[in-house]
Design a protein around this ligand. Structure first.
Ligand SMILES: *Cc1c(COP(=O)(O)O)cnc(C)c1O
Length: 435
């Protein structure tokens, strides 16, 4: 299996080099030259996630040095499950993706990426630094996944004062090989600094860097596995494909579901839920694709105005916008509707969801109001306890913190301040390799 660029101007490579590079050299995103077909009928719906993952991801690893270790990597990374909880009042279920160490679905991708990266060849004389800008969830998942991995350092940069207090604590609680910098600036500033560092060849001659953002194939591929598992189980039980509603920001999680359907899993409709950042809903409603600046919402991990994986989606439809628009629906859910959804679910059904999951639950209510009767799997992307400042006042009681999150919150946390300019970040990165 070879991977090419969505911009068709880069040499084809196998999976390992594509993961090591992150972005293709022409600035595009790596995609399989041809999407494989998975022999879905040969898979066991009852198999644990790690086992299913090793079988279904094998075609993506074909021809690469990592393929011999795929089963080990799946066992190492996919140590928690993705349970399905039926809703009592409507024919739908929550697919809970928040049972990993940092209580958001990013743990699946970050842990699998770490399992890949530690096995990729790198220069033993200089540690490789994973540099990550975060608006909250990604940084914690990446820090947890790479914590104490030999030969790899992590540098997390986040906008000071603009993540929830619990998110800030999680970002700073690792220590050892994880360095946390709180930047005087916005998330856009953080992303800009990271981009500049990743493009700075002279810096990287001293301090080799890599990224861990959501365009990495090492994050995308493992996210296919829970959709595969749920769809196999649903199909076995009901003889029908499974339909999903997915809270969407950069389109990483939803694209994984689309890829799972493309390779042959019994997945029916895929409905995207955005917050007030309506780039995708506007496009799917027939507008031209217009990337914009993200606006801040209660579902902050989805505050993205230019979803990076859209380029992969368009590639898969050969650039045919009309056909792509036919293939999916997407809805935009503003903060008032997020609040109403969280409060109504708690008061009427004793069910507590995070603000991101609330966008998908709101879309479910809209589908029902329009007469849709089908069974939907609503993807729950984070535990509500991560966003207690938003959720608790709306539901009127404390939300229990899951044990993994409690453990992180009980550790001391530390983040160093960083001025919001590139010279400051560059200086920190150089100092950390000399230390
Ligand atoms: C990252 C994130 C999302 C958005 O996922 P994408 O892959 O960027 O579309 C949704 N919910 C939560 C809780 C997240 O952390």
């Amino acid at each position: 299996m070879k991977y090419t660029s969505t911009r068709a101007n880069a040499p084809a490579v196998t999976l390992g080099p594509a993961i090591a590079a992150g972005l293709a050299p022409d600035g595009g995103l790596y995609v399989p030259e041809q999407m494989p077909r998975v022999a879905v009928d040969a898979l066991d719906p009852a198999a644990p996630l790690a086992e299913l993952a090793a079988s279904m991801l094998a075609p993506f690893f074909a021809g690469d040095a990592l393929s011999d270790q795929l089963a080990d990597m799946c066992a190492e990374a996919l140590t928690f499950c993705a349970p399905v909880t039926p809703l009592s009042w409507t024919d739908a279920s929550l697919l809970e993706l928040f049972h990993g160490p940092t209580a958001a679905f990013k743990d699946f991708g970050a842990r699998f990426l770490a399992a890949c990266m530690r096995r990729l060849p790198h220069d033993a004389s200089r540690p490789l630094t994973v540099l990550v800008a975060t608006s909250g969830d990604t940084g914690a998942a990446v820090a947890a996944a790479f914590h104490r991995v030999p030969g790899i350092q992590v540098c997390v940069v986040y906008p000071d004062g603009r993540v929830s207090p619990r998110q800030a604590h999680q970002l700073g609680c690792f220590g050892d090989n994880v360095r946390t910098l709180r930047v005087d600036g916005s998330f856009d500033t953080c992303q800009q600094l990271v981009k500049q560092a990743l493009g700075d060849a002279e810096l990287q001659a001293h301090a080799p860097l890599t990224s861990a953002n959501s365009i990495s194939l090492g994050r995308l591929l493992p996210q296919m596995t829970y959709y595969a598992q749920v769809s196999l189980r649903h199909h076995k039980q009901h003889g029908e494909p499974a339909h999903f509603i997915i809270p969407t920001g950069n389109l990483g999680n939803a694209l994984a579901c689309i890829w799972a359907r493309t390779v042959g899993f019994p997945i029916g409709d895929i409905h995207l839920a955005s917050n007030a950042n309506a780039t995708l809903p506007d496009y799917f409603a027939g507008g031209v694709y217009r990337a914009r600046t993200g606006v801040a919402t209660l579902a902050n991990a989805m505050d993205i105005g230019a979803p990076s994986n859209f380029e992969r989606l368009r590639w898969l439809w050969h650039g045919d916008d009309a056909a792509l628009r036919q293939a999916f629906a997407a809805g935009s859910v503003d903060d008032a509707s997020i609040r109403d959804t969280i409060a109504a679910l708690a008061h009427e059904h004793d069910t507590v969801v995070c603000p991101h999951t609330a966008t998908a639950m709101c879309e479910l209510a809209r589908l029902r109001a329009a007469g849709d009767q089908r069974h939907w799997y609503v993807v729950a992307t984070a535990h509500p306890a991560k966003f207690e400042r938003v959720v608790e006042p709306l539901v009127g009681h404390n939300v229990d913190t899951p044990p993994a999150l409690q453990e992180l919150l009980a550790r001391p946390a530390h983040a160093d301040p960083l001025e919001g300019n590139y010279a400051a970040l560059r200086g920190e990165l150089l100092a950390s390799v000399e230390a």
